[in-house]
Design a protein around this ligand. Sequence first.
Ligand code: GLP
Length: 261
Amino acid sequence: MEVIIRDTREKAVSLTASLIARALVKKPNLVLGLATGRTMESVYQLLVAMYEDDGLDFSLARTFNLDEYVGLPPEDPNSYRFYMNRHLFHRVNIDLRNTHLPDGMAEDIEAECRNYEEKIVDCNGIDLQLLGIGRTGHIGFNEPLSAMRSRTRPKALSPETVAQNAPLFTGETPMPRRAITMGVGTILECRRCILLATGKEKAEVIAKAVEGPVTAMISATALQLHPNCTVIVDAEAGSLLQNQDYYRWIFENEPDWQQYH
Ligand code: GLP
């Protein structure tokens, strides 16, 4: 695991967007794993700006989102499909047929989950998975007790996650209590992952995820097992990490990071 602490939220977001853009330029048909939530909105804003200003090309990219609420159709403004269309897909030159989210309206949820895994395999796996972190330490919607080897499946949302995400719901739609999420095992198979967290409300969970023991109670700790995982935080989200000086020292001295100083 690499941990990068940037002084400001803007710098943390911009590093994340640059790493995605660089991967896309290097491999135009990149298989990109995507995440939702407030934190990612600014990442998508920057990617849209790179498309508009610098011609960042999404035409061959393929995407797989981590999760979707059960029972919300794509046209519901609270669904993650709607979020992705609004923040990214409708604003860049991606082919919508190459964008994938689990279908929260599927009649047979189990079959939908198997089908989602198969689609990832058909694309030869995910090259780069973008991740946020929930207050329970979830990645995707892998709530406490998610098995390290879990696959895409329906998952009951914890009361803490409901409290965290319910304020984002608009209109009449009550927040669903279940979601389909890629499993921890599914996420661990991606070739590279980048977790972005900003703000002091993430400080405690980031300290546990990065420096705490690996536990199914905090699914983000599973990333310690991933051979190519970068955690990017701003100073606030990184404020409770014990080894901040060490992480900063690596960032200053590692040749790969020189261009981002
Ligand atoms: C939701 C998503 C997670 C995401 C989290 C973070 O719960 N399912 O994948 O990491 O939101 O949200 P925010 O960025 O709003 O803190």
